[in-house]
Design a binder for this molecule. Structure first.
Ligand code: AMO
Length: 433
């Protein structure tokens, strides 16, 4: 019999193990082999780094011809300071054990600084494209955004929740909802955790969720996915939506600080410039339309308007701008109407470098008010009976927001297409890999 006590787990390679003269053993993938005449460079790709190794027949007991790009091995060598190498060190190989050998060459230039292929080829060979360090860096950054989000909210009294993605009613309206059969009845994939996060405010006061969101977007845009990762929070006992905007500003600052502290390799590799999050300017929808000299749409900002507005504030020193008080008719039924002007909603968007990354606002918390608004918007309250229960049994004033993870990463890294911020993007043409 064996016992498994967890103490013999293997440690991953980290930069801390690079000391001049140290003997190092690591498991890695052969990223690139570059013959140089008397010796060869063998670039070793670990889960986060690409370490330069040098091979000579005199120092290494194995034959280089046993290796090809894409092979996995466990390598041993002596660390040597080398200013020209990544991280200032290289590994002089003394031996290796081949763990597995591929049977085909990569269809993409995995070891190039940037892949340089079309988005179609990138998505077709996604499992290979992701091995490119520049391509994969987006997902370490995404990890950092989520971790920064989680740490900040937990430090501020929020509870992490996970809510159903199989639902009986759509929360966001519109045509972009996936319908499926659920044991003989209709069900829908969650368009957001909206109903459930509000429900949980009555239980925990403050909640957040990091989970998938489904939108049946039929158009093929560079900023929409059919499945994306929603970073949502909802908080009780607010005075107005400005409490939510205050919280988001502090949250963004914490996320940026977290990235700066823990993601230097990826920031360096991608050349990403972190925004400074000072005070974020806030304009109403009408002010925004005026600033950009008239919008294309009466009720919303279209993508070109967002770019114009983003440029306007960027020139004035802010990568972010809040837009508040959108026309209520185009905001969801759960948004609270403004007391000053009920034609507008207590709801906001946040633009980051000219792209909407957040929608949020104050919600209706009164039962009668919510039923009346549903009727005004030609919705049948009976279709939302279980959601309406939360108001029936009492809700504190509350509000919250949803941030799209892939949009945040796309803007942080300046990616031209949101698909590059999704490991395995789901769009109208891609259901695999
Ligand atoms: P909304 O529908 O605006 O609001 O979504 C919130 C944020 O999610 C991102 N997003 C998307 N990202 C990629 N692909 C898509 N198809 C897509 N659709 C939306 C955007 C957007 O700002 N329940 C509200 C949020 C709230 O009020 O709490 C909601 O879902 O970054």
């Amino acid at each position: 019999m064996k016992t498994i006590d967890g103490s013999r787990r293997t440690a991953p390679f980290t930069l801390d193990s690079l000391h001049d003269g140290a003997t190092l053993t690591l498991s890695a993938c052969v990223h690139k082999i570059k013959p140089m005449g008397a010796f060869a460079f063998v670039m070793l790709r670990t889960g986060r780094y690409v370490l330069q190794a040098t091979y000579t027949p005199e120092t290494c007991e194995n034959d280089l011809s046993a290796l090809r790009e894409g092979a996995y091995l466990t390598a041993t060598g002596v660390v040597r300071a080398e200013a020209r190498a990544n991280y200032g060190f290289e590994l002089v190989l003394t031996g290796f054990t081949l763990l597995s050998q591929p049977v085909a060459d990569y269809p993409l230039h995995v070891s190039a600084r940037k892949l340089g292929c079309s988005i179609d080829a990138n998505l077709k060979y996604r499992s290979v494209a992701l091995r490119n360090p520049h391509e994969r860096a987006a997902f370490k950054i995404a990890e950092g955004v989520c971790e920064g989000f989680r740490r900040f909210l937990m430090a501020n009294g929020f509870t992490e929740i996970h809510t159903p993605k199989l639902t009986a009613a759509g929360a966001e309206g519109g045509a972009n909802i996936f319908k499926l059969k659920y044991f003989g009845r209709d069900a829908f994939l969650a368009q957001s955790p909206q109903f459930y996060k509000q429900t949980c405010v009555a239980v925990f006061d403050r909640v957040f969720e990091i989970d998938p969101v489904y939108r049946a977007e039929k158009h093929n845009s560079t900023r929409h996915l059919n499945e994306y990762t929603g970073l949502d929070f909802e908080m009780g006992y607010i005075d107005s939506m400005y409490d939510v905007m205050e919280m988001e500003t502090a949250l963004l600052r914490a996320i940026v600080d977290h990235l700066a502290a823990y993601y230097e390799p990826e920031l360096k590799l991608t050349g990403a410039v972190l925004p400074s999050v000072g005070e974020i300017p806030s304009v109403t929808f009408l002010e925004a339309i005026e600033l950009i000299g008239g919008g294309k749409n009466k009720h919303d900002l279209d993508p070109a308007d967002e770019v114009k507005l983003g440029d306007y504030f960027r020139e004035r020193g802010s990568d972010f701008v809040f837009v508040t008080h959108f026309p209520a008719a185009k905001r969801p039924f759960y948004a609270m109407d403004s007391v000053d002007d009920p034609r507008t909603a207590e709801s906001f968007d946040l633009l980051f470098r000219g792209l909407e990354i957040t929608t949020g606002g104050q919600r209706i918390h009164d039962y009668e008010q919510q039923v009346a608004k549903m009727r005004r918007m030609n919705l049948n309250p009976d279709d939302f009976a279980s959601y309406l229960d939360i108001f029936k049994y009492g809700m504190p004033p509350h509000g919250g927001l949803g941030l799209g993870l892939e949009r945040v990463v796309m803007q942080l890294l300046g990616l031209p297409n949101i698909r590059q911020a999704s490991l395995f993007p789901r769009d109208i043409n891609h259901l695999e890999p």
